[in-house]
Design a protein. Structure first.
Length: 298
């Protein structure tokens, strides 16, 4: 793996750290399995791309992408909460509908952003090497989102949301509006994913209707890998584990696909992902067995 591939993995890993934080919010904090992210990621890319090529300020376009993603998450949560539909089924319905919606928004399967002004254009105008500037820009974005998420989840409203996921009955008994917390939490989760989609489109120079395929797997992989290796006990550690897990996941994928002695190709990406996630899932159990064995011997 050369320097270009290494820095590219860092850049994409930081970007998908936003997806991982969104997945953490839905899967871990709210205990709401949500597959909408496979549709909200390209939704964010589609909304930002079509607005940018239409002459809208890229910051406004990015904000609109976040609102679009939050709307998609709200629809999923509303279907589940209001009509008591299974979480997975509600999210699959929304994800399926979003494919056609994204096509409608873009008017065609893909949109090129080459030559258009994006939120990264001021950095590009500095004429420094992209190997450094883009990963640094993604680091700043990931750091800002992480701090905002930490402050929110540590606030009274954030604690209410965490209580909702941990024990809905207890939270309701304490006066927490469980349904409102789920609606806002899933909307926020998909807003983060849509932000990642908008940033991906602007950094890579295109938006495609199929770019969201497998996003949920990548997000889950980052969360599981981060938790397996860092075993976070507090919310800040969990958020940091998402970002670090996403970077580690990307680096492992890049190294595996570029290791000539393994004979892997780009088409083996899903296989490598499955093996990595499987290993990360059994790591805590192996750690527990090792600790029990050491305790028994002592």
């Amino acid at each position: 793996m050369n320097l270009i591939q290494f820095m590219g993995a860092i850049e994409i890993g930081l970007l998908y750290g936003l997806v991982a934080m969104g997945v953490l919010l839905s899967f871990r904090i709210l205990d709401f399995p949500d597959l909408t992210v496979d549709g909200s990621f390209p939704l964010g890319a589609a909304v930002s791309a079509i607005l940018i090529v239409s002459g809208v300020n890229p910051w406004v376009a990015t904000f609109c992408a976040i609102l679009a993603g939050m709307s998609a998450g709200f629809v999923t949560a509303f279907i589940s909460v209001r009509w008591n539909i299974l979480h997975l089924l509600a999210s699959i319905l929304t994800m399926t509908a979003l494919y056609s919606i994204n096509l409608r928004i873009m008017g065609r399967p893909n949109i090129a952003l080459l030559g258009e002004r994006t939120i990264f254009s001021p950095i590009e105008d500095l004429h420094f090497s992209h190997l450094i500037t883009m990963p640094m820009a993604m680091f700043v974005v990931a750091a800002v989102v992480l701090i905002v998420m930490y402050r929110f989840l540590s606030s009274e409203k954030g604690l209410s949301m965490r209580a909702t996921g941990a024990n809905p009955r207890m939270a309701k008994a304490q006066g927490v509006s469980v349904n409102a917390q789920i609606l806002f939490g899933i909307a926020l989760s998909n807003g983060l994913v849509a932000l990642a989609g908008a940033l991906f489109a602007q950094s890579q120079g295109f938006a495609d209707v199929t770019m969201g395929v497998g996003t949920i797997i990548v997000g889950l992989a980052a969360v599981i890998v981060g938790e397996a290796f860092f075993n976070p006990k507090y919310i800040l550690g969990a958020l940091l584990a998402c970002v670090v897990g996403s970077i580690f996941y990307r680096l492992v994928i890049a190294m595996a696909l570029n290791a000539g002695f393994l004979g892997l190709q780009a088409s083996d990406l899903n296989l490598v992902t499955a093996l990595l996630v499987g290993f990360a899932m059994i790591t805590p159990k192996l750690r527990a067995k090792i600790l029990d064995f050491k305790a028994a011997r002592s």
